[in-house]
Design a protein around this ligand. Structure first.
Ligand code: SIN
Length: 299
């Protein structure tokens, strides 16, 4: 359970609830910001986790929404095994994977790439009926500088909305579509398009199944429109929410080193990868954990 203290970060209209770190005995935890992100030390993911460590890693994941590990020399099987500790593995509907390993998604941009993964704020594959619970990215090769990833707390984004806006969003649902995101996207890597890509309707505000907290669940990458609103009104609301979500007060920024791992909770976090390192190479693998159908949050 997350305890919250009186909000103490104030912008003109922004109030950010601050999560209180609980005592950890079996892992080392260093918070990155008051609202999101923590670096976890004192464990080797390759060696596997004992029960106490796993419990605390799950607790840190729930509290900090994205957790980071350094110097983890994971082979594919160890990476997949770490993912399976949190649920079944998700197979990406479009992206390339390692040979013979459909759950091991390839993340790579180099001098020949026309694009890099995740350059727009998004929650992974939110167009699925059951969007992924979380994603575990292990970057093995880094540029000498650049290639950071930004993460934003959708709890903080929701909490900072005005009471009027929270009431307006109550019960609204939105369409998330993969078609415009995935069609043709991986052609340069020899991946043939599928006849269709996932599309789903989800609540605009979801209740996190573990913490019970409300989180905004619309994103620039996949969310196309709000159901039942005139399109000009729905578009204006989405534009407002997309800008609101990107406030740096809700974010942390992770600087990768070779063999760093990030594990983010797609149910309450959006992320954006910065492709500022061309023509250098950044590459690694992502294991994605399957999730549930998002549940509506009502105030
Ligand atoms: C992604 O999974 O969206 C890519 C994130 C990254 O490369 O940092």
């Amino acid at each position: 359970m997350i305890e919250t203290k009186t909000p103490h970060l104030q912008g003109p209209r922004i109030r950010v609830e601050v999560a209180e770190a609980s005592g950890f005995k079996h892992i080392a935890v260093k918070r990155l910001t008051p609202v999101i992100g923590a670096e976890i030390g004192g464990i080797s993911l390759a060696d596997g986790l004992d029960e106490a460590q796993l419990r605390e890693v799950a607790q840190a994941f729930a509290e900090f929404q994205v957790i980071f590990f350094r110097d983890q020399m994971l082979d594919p099987e160890q990476h997949l095994s770490f993912g399976r500790l949190f649920g079944d593995l998700h197979i990406h509907p479009a992206a390339p994977h390692a040979p013979g390993q459909p759950a091991l998604m390839v993340i790579r941009a180099d001098e020949n790439s026309p694009r890099a993964n995740g350059e727009v704020w998004h929650s992974d594959v939110s167009c699925d009926q059951h969007p992924p619970l979380g994603s575990i990215l292990n970057i093995k090769v880094c540029p000498t500088y650049g290639g950071d990833t930004l993460f934003a707390s959708m709890y903080a984004a929701y909490d900072a909305l005005s009471d009027r806006m929270k009431t307006y969003l109550d019960g609204l649902r939105a369409i998330h579509d993969g078609e415009h995101v995935y069609r043709g996207t991986y052609a340069n890597l020899g991946v043939a398009d599928k006849p269709s890509y996932p599309r789903a309707e989800h609540p605009v505000v979801r209740r996190h199944p573990v913490t019970g907290r409300p989180a905004l669940f619309v994103n620039r990458g996949f969310t196309r429109h709000i159901v039942g609103l005139p399109s000009d009104e729905g578009d204006a609301v989405l534009r407002y929410l997309f800008e609101h979500i990107e406030n740096p007060l809700f974010q942390c920024r992770f600087r990768w080193q070779p063999h760093s791992v990030a594990f983010w909770d797609n149910r309450c976090v959006q992320h954006r990868a910065l492709w500022d390192y061309w023509p250098q190479t950044r590459s690694g693998f992502r294991v994605t954990v399957s999730g549930d159908r998002p549940i509506e949050y009502f105030q």
